[in-house]
Design a binder for this molecule. Structure first.
Ligand SMILES: Nc1ncnc2c1ncn2[C@@H]1O[C@H](COP(=O)(O)OP(=O)(O)OP(=O)(O)O)[C@@H](O)[C@H]1O
Ligand SMILES: [Mg+2]
Length: 493
């Protein structure tokens, strides 16, 4: 186990800490210290998040901050811990898991939990080394902050620090630590853990903790005869449905939607083998370890529902009635399509709903899928066209000119009632120009591996304002190069 550092060397980050997850008691976690890494250096920093957390920007420049966010010195006022959870992985019960390489520093008084991912072994590491590699840490850092800028609920990332310490994966790589932030890192798997062991006191304590802090309205809800746990399950289902609608609309593939990677707050969590679609292929599988395609892009909404069903089973002893538990899941089936359609209408620049909108959406997706047209580029060109840009730019993306012309005509008809300037503006705010494509991340990673971190900073700046034009950075908004399709993203991280 990690050495116990002397409290006297603790670094004060200037944050007020408060007891949060730790109030649940030792059944839920193990207290421990991160394991230091030799000679750390800064790789990436999100000043935007530092400001939100109330952290002095100087902490992201100082040696003390560097040591603290690598896990090399204790942070004054914190009692770090790793939590225990279980989960279903690839549809199969995996038994006990837990934070095998993420250590929770604590919770700030302003409500942010800070966690160091890759900061050493814990009692839940199983065969793992407790480390994360630079490659996957840069991807997680950039995508967390990109998703937030896209308006998609997510865990956040404050910084990445690296070290030349070697980590063995398929190849020898180097270690890094991502400091993540979220109101809570509790997953469906935390509930499954206590339910599977029939530890109902802990299960209830966990549910009460989450309801009181994050879903207080469930206490007063009259839904399900005033059953607060059923109301909670319904609220989680609806947040998850809203999240999935956003993933599908932006073309985000998560890659490992195991129940231990499902946030109880409806946040995107665990950026492993994720990918933003390049060409639109509904059956796209981004995770090379997912040979069966369980987590293919078009499967995600169903998998989320399957995962919610696991959560419902875990909460059943608290809900007390199977029929009520099943009823509490039902709104997923209406909220998801409604939320998805609303997102797609926003991409189409349509302020209100009309009966033919579904056909308009399905029509364009069919055309995009037919020729695997680049998803992000299509939508941005459509927005630019609406703003008076080159009308040929959209057409040129398709070989089936007659097909796209017919669709553009029905699109134009639908827009007859919508003021053009308003539509153009809202479309440019709903269709990002910049997303974290695999090849962009890969280029930043390869530079960072040579100790040039400017690529990480440039990408972060673009991804933080993804709807702006950023003249001079067109290359980051272009088609992926041929080699992009050869990048293999797997669970190895
Ligand atoms: N290198 C590692 N060392 C120790 N445990 C690991 C390692 N990689 C993964 N794990 C553990 O294996 C389980 C599944 O891993 P998964 O890839 O879903 O999560 P993760 O990427 O480590 O973290 P998170 O879900 O917190 O983002 C988790 O319990 C995780 O902590
Ligand atoms: Mg995980």
């Amino acid at each position: 186990m990690p050495m116990i550092a002397d409290e006297a060397e603790a670094v004060d980050l200037g944050l007020d800490w408060t007891a949060g997850f730790s109030t649940l008691g030792p059944a839920f976690f193990t207290e421990l210290r991160p394991t230091p890494l030799p000679e750390p250096y800064w790789v990436g920093r999100s000043l935007a998040l530092a400001r939100e957390i109330g952290l002095e920007e100087a902490c992201l420049e100082s040696d003390d901050g560097l040591a603290a966010f690598t896990g090399n010195v204790p942070v004054a006022g914190t009692r770090p811990l790793a939590s225990v959870y279980s989960g279903h992985q690839f549809g199969v019960w995996a038994g006990q898991l837990g934070d095998g390489r993420a250590i929770l520093l604590g919770q700030t008084a302003s409500g942010w939990e800070l966690q160091l991912k890759g900061s050493g072994r814990t009692p839940y590491s199983r065969m793992g080394d407790g480390r994360a590699v630079l490659r996957s840490s840069i991807r997680e850092f950039l995508c967390s902050e990109a998703m937030q800028a896209l308006g998609i609920p997510t865990t956040r990332a404050l910084c990445v620090t690296g070290s030349d310490a070697q980590v063995v994966r398929e190849e020898i790589e180097t270690a890094a630590v991502v400091t993540r932030a979220a109101p809570s890192f509790i997953r469906f798997g935390h509930f499954e853990h206590f339910a599977a062991a029939n530890r109902l006191d802990e299960l209830r304590a966990l549910a009460d903790f989450v309801i009181d802090r994050f879903y207080p309205a469930c206490r007063d809800s009259e839904r399900f005869g005033g059953n607060a746990y059923a109301a909670f399950l319904e609220a989680v289902s609806e947040r998850t449905a809203a999240l999935l609608a956003q993933w599908q609309a932006v073309g985000f593939c998560h890659g490992v939607m195991n129940t231990d990677n499902m946030s109880i707050l409806g946040l995107t969590i665990d950026y492993g083998p994720f990918q933003f679609l390049d060409g639109f292929d509904p059956r796209h599988i981004c995770n090379h370890s997912d040979t069966g395609g369980r987590y293919a892009y078009n499967q995600q909404p169903n998998v989320a529902y399957w995962n919610l069903f696991c959560l419902a089973q875990a909460l059943l002893p608290l809900i007390g009635d199977q029929e009520i538990a099943v009823a509490a899941l039902q709104s997923y089936k209406t909220v998801f399509p409604e939320a998805y359609e609303a997102r797609m209408r926003a991409k189409l620049g349509l302020p209100g709903a009309a009966p033919d909108d579904r056909a308009l959406i399905e029509g364009v997706l069919k055309l995009l899928a037919q020729e695997k047209v680049d998803y992000t580029i299509f939508w941005r060109r459509l927005a630019d066209r609406q703003a008076g840009g080159d009308p040929a730019a959209v057409r040129d993306l398709f070989l089936d000119r007659a097909g796209i012309d017919a669709w553009l005509q029905s699109f134009a008809q639908r827009h007859e009632q919508v003021p053009a300037a308003q539509a153009a503006q809202s479309m440019r705010g709903a269709n990002p120009k910049f997303v974290l494509r695999n090849h962009l991340g890969q280029q930043a990673i390869e530079s960072a591996q040579k100790k040039d971190f400017s690529g990480v900073a440039t990408l972060l700046a673009l991804l933080k304002t993804p709807f702006e034009d950023h003249a001079g950075h067109e290359a980051y908004a272009g088609f992926p190069p041929d080699w992009a399709s050869t990048i293999e993203i797997s669970c190895s991280s």
